[in-house]
Design a protein around this ligand. Structure first.
Ligand SMILES: Nc1ncnc2c1ncn2[C@@H]1O[C@H](COP(=O)(O)OP(=O)(O)OP(=O)(O)O)[C@@H](O)[C@H]1O
Length: 441
């Protein structure tokens, strides 16, 4: 069957295109004859004019023919891609414009699917996290320095490892140095190594982190805590790719890709002279911002489900407990969420369902508090609250819509409509190994 379609298309397409070309030439020729008979135009000019008119007519016919499948595509994709049908997104657009919106959304959906496969350890389906995944993939392919910015616990370390894993240097070592954890007097020798006798206590030669990371990636975490003298040395390595061990005279080559990270405001540090501006520009070739969890609340239920899977396989969160997670502001970001669930799992013992009493650090909340972030009018507050309840139910039932509907006290069909309207993907709430299956929806 497939073969027959291929053959007929292979014959039909050239036939149609050939026919259109012959028609265009014939009509251009006869039009040119008419033009030159009734006008004073040169035959060559008349021919050019006629050719223009013919090409215009053929293009118009082609556009008209192309619009039909586009309209059909728009009709069929609208319910599946709620934003594409949203009046705000498509108002004032013609069919081609609307096709652009649908194409963008399809790319987003495909991007999300890719991200899940490409970054199994980095959980996130929010728009902000998808942008991070796209940046990580883009920068991983190059050898450029990367600066990871974001509050503590947002996943900078995880992002650095992902960049290394996806880079051509992935076969080499990933060496991480926490600049804040090493006493300032020892940092230089830690990074560049030292020769025997370089200072009191240097009884043997020591290879530094730059050498250990040769062929791979050096991750300088908390670079905002690095003293100015060492900043100058790092700048030299980035510019010349050369360095010496402390007390050494041999110049060594640094074959490393540097990824730096900080939760500090480097701009403010530069203003008060605590961070070198030239080093900042050198590192800032490719900045990646890891968003705080409170700005991507749609990832909370997903992250919680994923952590619980490993901490207490089979356990779920009650609706009320999930509500508390969704309402909290998470100043410690994903790390705080993980720690909270670890504590909850310990407190819950053998209980299969984690309740609010297992989350003692989180304040009791009402719907108003649960929807504070970014919600200003009643409709968006209600939509946010509806979304949080549905996500909580789906997280509890592992993405099974029929059971989530029962939990919420509504019909499955009603839940289906709401899920589509809010653009929720129930599949994301399935346990990791089952996300490709659609069987229970
Ligand atoms: N997107 C994510 N998916 C899954 N786990 C995450 C994600 N982001 C962070 N984590 C987890 O949260 C914890 C903190 O992450 P990480 O150490 O990467 O944060 P960080 O930004 O480097 O923090 P700091 O600035 O304090 O060093 C880790 O346990 C990490 O595995």
């Amino acid at each position: 069957m497939r073969r027959r379609i291929d053959v007929s298309l292979a014959v039909l397409v050239p036939l149609i295109l050939g026919g259109v070309a012959v028609l265009a030439v014939l009509s251009a020729d006869s039009l040119a004859a008419r033009f030159s008979r009734f006008s004073t135009l040169e035959p060559a000019v008349a021919m050019a004019l006629a050719a223009g008119v013919s090409v215009g007519c053929v293009s118009a016919a082609f556009v008209f023919a192309a619009l039909r499948p586009i309209r059909r595509l728009l009709r069929t994709t609208a319910p599946a891609l709620p934003l594409a049908a949203g009046p705000a997104k498509t108002a004032g657009l013609d069919d081609f414009g609307r096709l652009g919106v649908v194409a963008d959304q399809m790319a987003e959906v495909l991007g999300a699917l890719d991200a899940r496969a490409l970054f199994p350890n980095m959980v996130g389906e929010s728009r902000a996290m998808r942008a991070v995944f796209a940046q990580v993939l883009k920068v991983a392919a190059s050898d450029a320095s990367v600066l990871l910015l974001g509050e503590s616990g947002t996943g900078k370390d995880l992002a650095a490892r992902s960049i290394h894993d996806k880079s051509p240097r992935s076969a080499g070592a990933f060496v991480a140095v926490n600049c804040a954890a090493i006493p300032q007097g020892l940092l230089e020798s830690e990074l560049f190594g030292h020769e025997k006798g370089a200072f009191t206590g240097a009884v043997t030669r020591r290879v530094g982190r730059f050498e250990q990371a040769a062929g791979g990636t050096l991750f300088l975490d908390e670079i905002g805590d690095m003293p100015l003298e060492i900043q100058a040395k790092i700048l030299r390595v980035l510019e010349t790719r050369q360095f010496e061990r402390v007390g050494g005279i041999t110049t060594l080559r640094a074959d490393v890709r540097v990824i730096a990270a900080t939760h500090r405001d480097l701009g403010e540090m530069i203003r008060r002279g605590a961070f070198r501006e030239d080093l900042f520009h050198r590192l800032n070739v490719f900045p990646v911002h890891l968003p705080p969890l409170r700005e991507r609340r749609e990832d909370i239920a997903l992250l919680a489900g994923r952590f619980l899977e490993t901490l207490q396989p089979g356990a779920t969160l009650s609706l009320a407990a999930m509500q508390r997670l969704l309402a909290h502001d998470w100043p410690g970001n994903v790390r705080e969420l993980r720690n909270t669930l670890e504590r909850a799992a310990l407190l819950a013992g053998d209980a299969a369902v984690l309740e609010p009493r297992h989350l003692p650090g989180l304040a009791e909340t009402g719907p108003g508090e649960a929807v504070q972030a970014g919600a200003d009018d009643l409709d968006s507050r209600l939509a946010a609250y509806e979304r949080s309840l549905i996500e909580a139910a789906l997280a509890r039932t592992g993405g099974v819509q029929a059971r989530a509907a029962t939990l919420l006290g509504i019909k499955e069909r009603s839940l289906w409509h709401r899920v589509k309207k809010l653009g929720i993907a129930p599949g994301l709430f399935r346990p990791a190994g089952q996300q490709a299956s659609n069987s229970d929806d």
